[in-house]
Design a protein around this ligand. Structure first.
Ligand code: SF4
Length: 459
């Protein structure tokens, strides 16, 4: 089947990473432009493969080039609503090709071709051929498929513009619904190949954190393949509407995360935030000094006010972890009226990259727009605090209230309260800081930890 392709094609290459030392060329990514798009169409010429622009043989080693991947499909049972979900598989299927690395999705794609693949005679037309075979195998409802690879800068620019307007159309449709309007949410475990405990819960208000799959996309995917990686979740009883906690969602998350997590708050970064895989568009992170939340997206190249870039922030919570104070999210979720509503929504946001702020101007409450600083206004926590004070950001009221709430005699716990425990400690901790959400920092020094029960499980 893949005999014309000079490199192996198999799911076993999915985790392959191509470092810059081993890279022949980079395609799209943060230093160039690119996009991928699946379109359901009529009159698709089956098996058509075209490369518009330079082929790999014409490219210079070590250089970076733009990339567009257009996949046109046709089939009696194919619906427009399936485009987003089929498109999301491009990431996984490209990575089956030995020597080709694909990261992210939509207009965030970032690819590399290895030197070994180039030396073996691999071409971009082989990429198109492999995708054409793999997509038909994965989705038998695709009857005809045609793939165009673009590397010409002007072609990719025009393609990117078209792709972005179609992504916006898909996203805008989902904005018409909210969580209360439906009885069913959806789960997705496509990212469990690299984040084994990650379970996305997709609701009308919470587009998947990769930004590529919304509630409508999931509905179409679950209908097409009920046994597939996207499945229905009956909402069941509401435990807390503001936090976004549902009895049945908790049960499904416990089951699909292999028992690692049994509670999830869809609209909060505290206590039980949504798990994060690694392909989220942005990370929300708690800033204890200000009792506020910062957001940093994948495109932001500098350091956040905590002195860490996006990659380090992402490292705190990726891999399917649930880490209090951090959560991966999509930019589309930031357009929802339920955006981190349990934490105060935009009233709790104290820092954003300027590009995100500009893109979300219509969704940030008008009275807050000038009160949220970006990298153009501040560089560190101290400067944020001064900015917030100058602009009278509502977080200051919260900070004041939480300071007043702490009675002086609550600041320190008398040691006599813990002296009479009739047991041996299970652990000693020289120093440990506990996460809190009330603008205070709790540090345990020389702590002895007692437990009613210690459970030891073999991994
Ligand atoms: Fe599915 Fe979530 Fe991964 Fe997107 S981020 S592909 S919705 S598991």
């Amino acid at each position: 089947m893949f005999e014309d392709i000079p490199v192996d094609v198999s799911p076993m290459y999915e985790g392959e990473r191509i470092r810059s030392a081993n890279m022949f060329v980079e395609l799209a990514g943060p230093k160039s432009i690119g996009a991928e798009l699946v379109q359901v169409k009529d009159n698709v010429e089956d098996g058509k493969i075209e490369v518009k622009g330079l082929e790999l043989a014409d490219m210079k080693e070590g250089e970076i080039y733009p990339l567009g991947i257009l996949i046109e499909i046709q089939g009696e049972k194919l619906e427009k609503e399936l485009e987003g979900v089929i498109e999301r598989r491009t990431h996984e299927l490209c990575n089956y090709i030995k020597g080709f690395m694909h990261l992210n999705q939509r207009d965030q794609i970032w690819c590399r071709v290895s030197k070994e693949a180039k030396e073996a005679g691999f071409k971009l037309s082989h990429l198109a051929k492999a995708l054409s075979i793999l997509f038909r195998e994965e989705f038998p409802i695709i009857e005809t498929i045609s793939i165009t690879i673009l590397t010409d800068k002007a072609e990719v620019e025009a393609f990117l513009e078209k792709a972005e307007s179609l992504y916006e159309e898909r996203d805008a449709r989902a904005r018409e619904l909210s969580d209360e309007d439906v009885d069913v949410f959806y789960g997705c475990v496509m990212c469990q190949s690299f984040a084994p405990t990650h379970v996305c819960v997709v609701t009308p208000d919470r587009t998947a954190l990769c930004g590529a799959i919304n509630w409508f996309d999931c509905r179409a995917a679950a209908k097409m393949d009920p046994e597939g990686p996207i499945f229905e979740i009956e909402k069941g009883a509401i435990i807390d509407e503001v936090k976004g906690e549902y009895e049945n969602v908790n049960l499904v998350v416990a089951d699909r995360s292999q028992g690692n997590f049994d509670r999830v708050y869809l609209h909060s970064v505290f206590e039980y935030p949504h798990t994060s895989c690694g392909c989220f568009e942005a990370v929300a992170f708690y800033i204890p000094e200000l009792d506020g939340i910062g957001i940093v997206d994948r495109d932001f190249k500098g350091e956040t006010p905590l002195g860490l870039p996006f990659s380090a922030m992402a490292g705190q919570c990726s891999g399917g972890k649930q880490v209090e104070g951090f959560t991966g999210l999509s930019l589309e979720y930031m357009r929802s009226p339920k955006f981190l509503q349990a934490d105060g929504g935009y009233e709790r946001v104290v820092w954003l990259p300027k590009d995100i702020k500009d893109a979300l101007t219509d969704y940030i409450p008008t009275d807050l727009i000038e009160k949220i600083p970006t990298e153009e206004n501040v560089n560190n926590i101290k400067e944020i605090k001064t900015f917030l004070e100058e602009k009278e950001h509502p977080i200051l009221e919260r900070l004041k209230a939480s300071t007043e709430e702490i009675e002086p005699d609550e600041k320190f716990v008398e040691s006599s309260e813990v002296e009479n425990i009739d047991a041996s400690p299970v652990a000693y901790v020289p120093e440990m800081t506990l996460p809190t959400s009330r603008g205070i920092k709790i540090t345990l020094k020389n702590a002895q930890i007692y437990a009613e029960k210690v459970i030891i499980k073999r991994e």
